[in-house]
Design a protein around this ligand. Structure first.
Ligand SMILES: [Zn+2]
Length: 303
């Protein structure tokens, strides 16, 4: 019976505007997310979810199990032990090397809208008592695009983890390289990949979780270099988008091309893991990759 009542998408938009107006916020070009909105419409099945329930179910639609976009801070809260997170390198500066018009202003607006300093949050925390270095990208900040600051934060995360002998987990999510920074964005692919290589040579484990969407330069660098690569159900993972490929090769692409299930079937990723299981799976992976994990006295923990 309630189904028909919340069908209009405008409901949430009106709520945002009203709240902004009450708060006296200036009108921004970027849409402002209001997590306190009463209902959130699932972009896949169109059904309304009670926002409070949605947060408790890690932003998975109660009707169709679609994994909605999730912010970096919500993910950290989902994965890490309470109060165990220490943020690193929040002060890496986002420059404007090409003097791209209005770029600094857009960064400022994204900062205000998301509360993040850049498109990735990095640091260290504990998963059921196991310490790990972790980076989480956020699509709400410039579509998770990788410029100098994102590449630098990820490189520092991996380098520091190598020194501290910690595993690294990165939740990837990106529209690709940040075009406003041109070639400097592309350099980040080599820089982050080299850091991953040195971390691996030190005998340490690196896990990636691909979330929607993981594309462009992030896919072509650290996202696909995980010792174990996982993805959330149904996510888009690719280098160029499907439309660009179709236009280039002049052919129609197979159904489900570049979706997580297709990639798993074709051996590009190792597993699809639902959000509710991610903490447990990551915990086991960290345990399995610890030195001495196969010794008799430690075997119990692996069950
Ligand atoms: Zn749904």
């Amino acid at each position: 019976m309630l189904k028909g009542m919340f069908k209009k998408t405008t409901y949430i938009n009106i709520t945002n505007e009203v709240i902004n107006e009450i708060a006296g916020a200036p009108k921004a070009d970027v849409p402002v997310e209001v997590p306190e909105g009463l209902w959130t419409k699932c972009p896949k099945c169109g059904q309304a979810n009670y926002t409070k329930d949605l947060k408790e179910s890690f932003f998975v639609c109660g009707h169709c199990r679609h994994h909605l976009r999730m912010g970096a801070m919500d993910r950290l809260e989902m994965l890490l032990d309470e109060n165990s997170f220490t943020s690193w390198d929040g002060d890496v500066e986002t420059g404007n090397p090409l003097e791209f018009p209005e770029y600094p202003e857009k960064i400022e607006r994204a900062r205000k809208a998301t509360g993040l300093d850049e498109a990735v949050v990095t640091g260290t925390g504990r998963i059921d008592g196991l310490e790990t270095a972790i980076g989480v990208m956020d699509a709400a900040f410039f579509m998770g695009s990788m410029g100098h600051a994102v590449g630098e934060k990820i490189t520092r995360l991996i380098e520091r983890a190598t020194k501290m002998r910690l595993p690294v987990i990165i939740y990837c999510c990106s529209g690709g390289a940040r075009m406003q920074e041109g070639m400097i964005s592309l350099m980040q692919m080599a820089k982050t990949s080299a850091a991953v290589q040195r971390h691996g040579e030190a005998g340490l484990a690196y896990f990636t979780v691909l979330t929607d969407p993981t594309t462009g330069g992030v896919t072509a660098s650290f996202a696909m270099l995980g010792d174990v690569i996982m993805a959330e159900p149904g996510v888009l993972v690719g280098f160029a988008g499907p439309r660009v490929i179709e236009q280039t090769i002049g052919q129609k692409l197979p159904k489900g091309f570049q979706r997580a299930e297709f990639l798993l079937e074709h051996g590009l990723i190792d597993a699809i893991v639902e959000r509710q299981d991610q903490k447990e799976v990551l915990k086991k992976l960290i345990l399995w990759h610890q030195p001495g994990c196969l010794d008799d006295e430690n075997r119990g923990a692996l069950e």
